[in-house]
Write a protein that binds this ligand. Structure first.
Ligand SMILES: NC(=O)c1ccc[n+]([C@@H]2O[C@H](COP(=O)([O-])OP(=O)(O)OC[C@H]3O[C@@H](n4cnc5c(N)ncnc54)[C@H](OP(=O)(O)O)[C@@H]3O)[C@@H](O)[C@H]2O)c1
Length: 310
């Protein structure tokens, strides 16, 4: 989802020489293949959006795969980029790098100040390692080799190219799918897990792409003025959160579902609030552009085109 959005964003800016590889063409956990890719292609810049991703269930069931594959992808790509003289790289992390009980909104300097959420700790540790790889290469080789590797931490993303898998999707695609099915099947109600009171932040993936391109191309002195060598990552969010109840109502409205929404309060809620502090990026000149209602409308149209053929 994010990689494709970055490609669309770069193409919009007139960039034509973009090298991509599918997972089937290049397994980034394979060090030899990654090295030979970089030796042949020698790109000017690298956006590292590839990762093994998944929801709570997948993270809990396959913790070894989540930590191993993500560590390998990051270590292979970042080192091969360095070995081949690539000066600019952007690594995509995640908001789950922050402690489970972090104060809200979460600032960049809250990293490594407390225990992580246990369900996705292996994934989060790998993402933290990705940040520290970028930082360490920049610190050690910044002056001598001009290395400038940066990282961005996206909040919850949604939009074009999302995963609508029945069991393994994030909250927005899962709700779009379920509410749309309820509408098609004339169901009188949809049941949503939890109380509906937790607050979450969402960002459209096209905004994530503009943020990524902005951070990648930002002037080095400006970037350095707003970060520090050992706290160099940048949060990317919309800056506002809404309750799950408000989210469900907005999606039902976009889909024009007239049935009732019921909350199953016997089911777990998760953290009461998860909001990133994106003021660092805002002060570096980026703002999100797509508000949630508009973003959900276009996302629903995409869903209809992709899965319903209209
Ligand atoms: N979506 C969100 O809400 C969100 C939030 C925070 C952070 N992020 C971060 O944003 C980045 C992109 O996420 P996304 O939502 O765009 O996920 P996505 O759509 O699943 O994209 C990840 C891509 O990485 C590829 N990949 C996985 N393992 C690989 C390997 N060993 N070699 C080569 N390619 C591999 C996947 O290919 P296959 O599908 O073929 O395996 C997929 O194309 C990730 O780093 C993720 O942690 C996403």
């Amino acid at each position: 989802m994010v990689g494709s959005a970055i490609i669309r964003g770069l193409q919009k800016q007139g960039q034509t020489n973009i090298i991509t590889k599918t997972h089937a063409e290049l397994d980034l956990t394979n060090q030899l293949n990654v090295r030979s890719f970089f030796e042949i292609e020698k790109p000017d810049q690298v956006y590292l959006a590839a990762a093994k991703v998944g929801g709570i269930h997948a993270n809990n069931t396959y913790p070894a795969e989540f930590i191993y594959q993500n560590l390998m992808i990051e270590a292979n790509v970042i080192d091969a980029a360095f070995q081949n003289g690539i000066k600019k790289l952007l690594f995509l992390g995640s908001s789950c790098i922050y402690p489970k009980l972090a104060e809200q909104p979460m600032r960049e300097d809250f990293l490594l100040t407390g225990l992580l959420e246990p369900t996705n700790e292996p994934y989060a540790i790998a993402k933290i390692a990705g940040i520290k790889l970028c930082e360490s290469y920049s610190r050690q080789y910044g002056e001598s080799h001009g290395i400038d590797y940066r990282s961005v931490m996206p909040t919850n993303l949604y939009g074009t190219g999302d995963n609508y898998h029945a069991e393994n999707s994030h909250v927005i695609p899962a709700l779009i799918r379920r509410i749309n099915e309820a509408k098609q099947q004339n169901k009188s109600k949809v049941t949503v897990w939890g109380t509906g009171t937790p607050r979450r932040e969402f960002l459209h993936v096209d905004d994530m792409a503009t943020a990524s391109i902005h951070v990648m191309n930002m002037d080095e002195s400006e970037y350095k003025a707003h970060t520090s060598p050992m706290c160099s990552h940048i949060n990317v969010g919309s800056g506002t959160d809404i309750t799950i109840k408000e989210l469900v109502e907005t999606i039902a409205n976009v889909i024009n579902y007239q049935g009732a929404i019921e909350f199953d309060t016997s089911k777990p809620d998760g953290a009461p609030r998860k909001l990133m502090d994106s003021s660092r990026l805002n002060s570096l000149g980026w703002q999100h552009e797509i508000n949630l209602a508009k973003g959900l409308e276009s996302t629903y149209l995409d869903y209809c085109k992709m899965y319903l053929g209209h």
